[in-house]
Design a binder for this molecule. Structure first.
Ligand SMILES: NC(=O)c1ccc[n+]([C@@H]2O[C@H](COP(=O)([O-])OP(=O)(O)OC[C@H]3O[C@@H](n4cnc5c(N)ncnc54)[C@H](OP(=O)(O)O)[C@@H]3O)[C@@H](O)[C@H]2O)c1
Length: 344
């Protein structure tokens, strides 16, 4: 496992494609918090944002179109504007020499594009392609908790149910929850979800596929195998939207190829950079989205043996989907590139 260092980095021009969205806003904040050496920030959004400015450090910076951003030749482009925009534009930035870190699903399963969680598999960055995919938010937090356990015991199967916040659907999801909560009725005009989300739980994230799973559920299967480099891991997922504004939670049931020791399981997870074990049921101490929101760590609790199945463990995993699930992970990848002399 690698950790990030505090080496001085070369200043660079950074474009954020989707800078007005909830992930883009968080990217600006994380770049600021980490003092990422930005000589010029280029905020990019759709035509709808023409005339708007966004704050970065103490400056208000006008938003530009993706075409304009391309002519400015950034060194780094952080994409968080959906898969269609990434597919249409990320290769053009790559072709003129920029590194692209893409938050959408567009390139995650491309064999030439690395799918990276910096604490787990930065060595999958080969330089063959300069587009690096940021995994899905629900995948990142799950593999952060499971990577050290996979190394120790070998994962065979995971059964995961997610409890995903509305900020995972971007500004539209937040708008629906807040409007319904304040008006106490269902938002009918341009809703993010097919049902009321306030006072409800919706077992439906992203679109349904031919196999009756949703795309979000299948992302957990495919991305976990790619990041943990094991095509024998089986992941059976149920992805659920809950009326929480920020922070995804997951109930994870994991079966290993061999037996484990519970104290060692806690120790292994606690020694993983970026993971905090919060597991004291007697004191009602366990991870919750209200506590995880605004933090970069992945929190794990309710660690217990599944008494109904051999070599099987139950966990509860919570993290801020906008931070480690998106912006923080993306900026950490950029830091890794810079620290390894690839980005300057
Ligand atoms: N939300 C999460 O927790 C999360 C986690 C991981 C990954 N992601 C991924 O991150 C991406 C953004 O998600 P979000 O939650 O931030 O959504 P969002 O709040 O809806 O923001 C979308 C952003 O994309 C911009 N955009 C849309 N169409 C564009 C176009 N044609 N050209 C340039 N910019 C365009 C929007 O600009 P305007 O303001 O002008 O419309 C806005 O800045 C998605 O791919 C999503 O799957 C999200």
């Amino acid at each position: 496992m690698s950790t990030l260092t505090d080496l001085p980095l070369q200043p660079m021009q950074v474009a954020i494609v989707g800078a007005t969205g909830v992930v883009g806003q968080m990217m600006r904040r994380v770049l600021e918090e980490r003092n990422f050496p930005v000589t010029r920030l280029i905020p990019v959004a759709s035509e709808r944002s023409a005339g708007k400015s966004v704050r970065f450090n103490d400056d208000m910076i006008p938003v530009v179109t993706v075409e304009e951003a391309l002519t400015l030749k950034p060194d780094l482009a952080l994409f968080s504007a959906g898969a269609t925009t990434s597919l249409a534009w990320a290769p053009a930035f790559e072709e003129q020499g920029a590194w692209v870190i893409d938050n959408s699903s567009a390139f995650r399963m491309e064999t030439d594009c690395a799918l990276v969680v910096p604490e787990i598999n930065p060595d999958s960055i080969s330089g063959k392609r300069q587009i690096i995919a940021n995994p899905n938010c629900s995948t990142i937090q799950m593999v952060m908790a499971l990577a050290p356990l996979h190394q120790a015991y070998g994962i065979r199967r995971i059964v995961v149910s997610t409890y995903q916040s509305v900020s995972g659907s971007g500004a539209k999801g937040l708008m629906q929850l807040h409007t319904e909560r304040s008006s106490n009725c269902r938002l009918t005009e341009n809703p993010a979800y097919p049902h009321r989300i306030d006072m409800n739980v919706i077992p439906h994230c992203d679109v349904f596929l031919d196999n009756d799973y949703t795309r979000e559920e299948m992302k957990l299967h495919h991305e976990t195998r790619k990041i943990l480099r094991s095509d024998s891991i089986q992941v059976s997922a149920t992805a659920v939207r809950v009326p929480v504004s920020g922070g995804h939670s997951e109930s994870v049931n994991v079966t290993f190829g061999q037996d484990f020791d519970l104290d060692e399981v806690r120790r292994l997870m606690a020694s993983m950079p970026g993971v905090v074990v919060l597991d004291n049921p007697a004191q009602a101490a366990y991870p919750m989205p209200l506590e995880a929101e605004g933090k970069d760590e992945v929190f794990v609790g309710r660690v217990r043996r599944d008494f109904t199945a051999e070599n099987t463990l139950n966990l509860w995993v919570v993290s801020d989907n906008l931070r480690k699930g998106a912006a923080t992970n993306a900026v950490q990848i950029a830091q890794w590139l810079a620290e390894n002399g690839l980005l300057h």
